[in-house]
Ligand binder design. Sequence first.
Ligand SMILES: Nc1ccn([C@@H]2O[C@H](COP(=O)(O)O)[C@@H](O)[C@H]2O)c(=O)n1
Length: 639
Amino acid sequence: IQPQARDSDPNQQIRHLEWGDLNFLHTTDNHGWHAGHLQEPQYSADLGDYMSFISHMQRIADQKGVDLLVVDSGDRSEGNGLYDASDPMGKYTRRVLRKANHFDLLTSGNHELYNGTTSLNEWREMVPHFGDRYLSSNIEINATGEWEPFANRNLKFKTKNLGLTISAFGFLFDFTGNDVNTRVTPASQIVQQEWFRKAIADTEVDVFLILCHIDVDFLELKFIHGAIRALHPEVPIQFMAGHAHQRKFRVFDEKCSALESGRYCETVGFLSLSGLVPKDKSAPRPRDGGKMKTFRRYIDYNRVNFQHHTNTTQETFDTEEGLALSREMTGYREKLDLNRLVGCAPQDYTLDKSPYPSKNNWYSYLATTLLPKMVLNPARNTTPHMIFINGGSQRFDVFKGPFTYDTSFLISPFTSRFLFARDIPYPIASRLLDYFLRDPSPYAIGKGAEEPRKNSKDIMTAMGETPSWDPNYDYADVLLGHVSSAAKWRSRPQQQPSTLHNHNQQILSPFQSLTPDYEETATTPNHYHRTLGYTTIDDHGTTGDDTVHLPFIKYPPPKVLQSDVGFTPTSLLPPAAVDIVFFDFIAKNVEAGLNTIAEELEVERRWERKEFERYMGQERTLTRLILEFVGTEWGKECV
Ligand SMILES: Nc1ccn([C@@H]2O[C@H](COP(=O)(O)O)[C@@H](O)[C@H]2O)c(=O)n1
C-alpha cells in the first residue's frame, strides 16, 4: 500500500471464494492504477499487495492440488500519473509489471494501440519479456518494415498441478482507432483463418481459454464461441474479457461463460471451474469430477479483502517481493512529483454518480465554468463558439479535498489538441450535438469500434462466410440489444421498500429496494459496516461482489458535451455563425457531422479535415488547462 493510502474498513461483510479445479485471478482495464487508489480505501491496494495476494493464492492452490492462472485482459496504459507523467509514457508502469512478472497470460487492449509510440514500447519491452505468455491473435505490428504478429497468437500448455491441457488465445475487439503501425483483424475473419481453424481442431484440449479485450456483450465473442462450439460441443470455453470498465459475467452455454473484471485496479475477478476431466489419461484426476460448475466473484482491490481470502493477517500477509515493489512505486511517484498539491477541490464532482447536468457533475462544471475560462484563442475569443468534448475523454471523479498533479491524469489523461472550424453557419453548428448523439462512433468509454456493430447485413455476411456457424444462435438479441438473464433478475418481484431496513434500521428508499442485495441486508447482523460500492447484477445473480455494499446510483454520462461561449443558445437572435472548437480525437466526426448536416440542409459548402486549425498551442492539453485552473481558482487550504 502507498504511504498516502488507507486500508479499507475491516468490519464489512465479505463473501467467500469457492475454489475449483482450474481457478483464475483476472484483471482488466487497469489503466496504470498500479499504485492503487489513494483517496478510496476500498480500492487502496497496490501492485505490491496484489503480488503478495497472488503468492498466498498460489500456495493455497498448491495445497489443494488445483491450478491457478493469473491473467490480464489489457488496457494497462493511459489513465494514471504513474503511466502518463513519465517520458516516455508508461516507462515505470511497464518496468514494475515486468518486475512483478505475475501474469501467466496477458493480452493487449485498444489503449496499447492508439499511439504508435505506446504500441512500439509495448512490443519492445513487454512482449519479449513475457514471451509466449503474451497473447495476441488478431493484432499485427509493422515495426521493421514488415507486418508481423504483435505477440504469440496461440499457446497450448499443461497446468502445473492437474495437468489440464489449455489452448489459449488473445483477442482485441474490432478496433479501428489504432495508429498506422498496427492493424487489427476482426475476430469474424480470424475464425476463418487456417492457423486458427487448425488450432481449434485440436482434440486434446481440456479448456479453450480466450483472453480478450472485448466486452462480454460484444458480437465478437459470439463469432469465437460459434467457431469453437461447432467443432467441440462439450469442451469448456472460458472468456476472460474487458473493455467496458464494468463487472460483468455472462453465460453463453453450460460450459462457456465470460467474466469481465471492472477497471482501474478496483477489482480482481476470481473464477473457478470445477468438474473438469483431463483428456490426458496420465494427468492426475481432479477430486471433484462430475458436472462442470462455474463460480465467479468480484474481489474489491484492498488488503483487507486480500487477507480475508487468503486467511492471512497484517502480520503474515506481506511478501518481501510485494513490499519491495510497493517501495519502488513510491519512489517513482516521488520522482514524477505526483503527490504535489495543486489545489483543493471545493466539493465532489462526479462523472456518473450525479445527473448531467447538475451542480455535482464534472461534465457540467467543465461546460459551464472550466472550458469557457480556459479554452482560449486571443484572435478568436470575441467570436461566439461551441466547444465539444467527447465524454470518454474524462475518466474519473474529482473528490473534495486535495487535487494533486496525479489527479489531473486520473481525470483527463489524454494529450488531444484543441482544433477549430471557423465561422460555421449557426443552423449547421446548432445541429452538431444531435448528429454526435446519433452517430455510432466511440465517443464514450467501452463503446468499441467505429462501425455500427449491430448491423444485420454484416452479421448475415459473416454467417454465410463461416461454414461452421452455429445456426442455433439467436442473433436477434444482438440486433435488438442484448437482454441477458441479468434483466430477469432486475425485473423479478421485489420486496416492498417499507419492509426493508439497513443495518442502522433506517427505512430504505424505493430506489434502494431495487437492489437485490437488500434482501440479504434485511437479515444481516448489525455489526457489519456498509460502504457505498459495487452491487453487481449478472447472469449468476446478485451475489458476485465479495463485499456486501450499499449501492450507488449511476446516471448516464454525456456522450459528447457542448459548452456555448459568447452567446445564449435560447436567444431569439442567435449569431449568424460560430466557431466549432473540439479535440483532434473527434476531428473526423466533426468533419462528417458538418458535411452530413450541410447535405441535409441542402447547403453546398463541404468541409475537409485539413481546413481545421489549431485553437491553442500543442502543449495546451486539457490536462494542463485543468492543472492551471485548479491552481488559480481552487485555493490550497483543504478543509
Ligand atoms: N486519445 C484518446 C483515446 C481514447 N479516448 C476516449 O476513450 C474511449 C476509449 O476508452 P476505453 O477505456 O473505453 O477503451 C474512447 O471511446 C474515447 O472516448 C479519448 O478521448 N482520447
